[in-house]
Design a protein around this ligand. Sequence first.
Ligand code: THU
Length: 156
Amino acid sequence: MSSVDAVPAHHHDDARDLLPNAHAPYSNFPVAAIVVTTAGATFAGVNVENAAYGSTICAERMAIGAMVTAGDRSGIAAVVVAGRADDPLSPCGSCRQVIAEFATPATVVSSRGAAGITTTWQIDELLPAAFGPLALHAGTGSSAAPEPPHPPRDSE
Ligand code: THU
């Protein structure tokens, strides 16, 4: 856990304000996420559930999808996650993997619980020794250099 919360408080406020937009009628567990890129842009997402439960998409992946759709490949500086629980909310395993795809060495995930306590993690804390784009390239035997989507992390 990072000792310094480098994420401006207004991002936490903005994420909390998006919770009513979540489509979570099955779990009744709304989640909202705001991705802040190293270029300074922000992209929002909420969880979108489905009657076919497995088709649900988490808030974090919705926000990253918006980032990619907008063409911002500068890398993720921070992912801010909001839920309604008292405690901060850390991303699920699938979302950690998708965050790692666009992470930089400085990427953080930050969440402020309803009780007001903020926790901030480095992505390497949440997903150590991640499988990443460079590992995939190393296993293909291809001589072509991969196009990095962002500054590669040490674990790649
Ligand atoms: N959920 C997210 O949106 N993000 C997470 O990181 C954890 C889980 C959503 C998925 C589902 O709609 C609901 O929370 C309950 O799991």
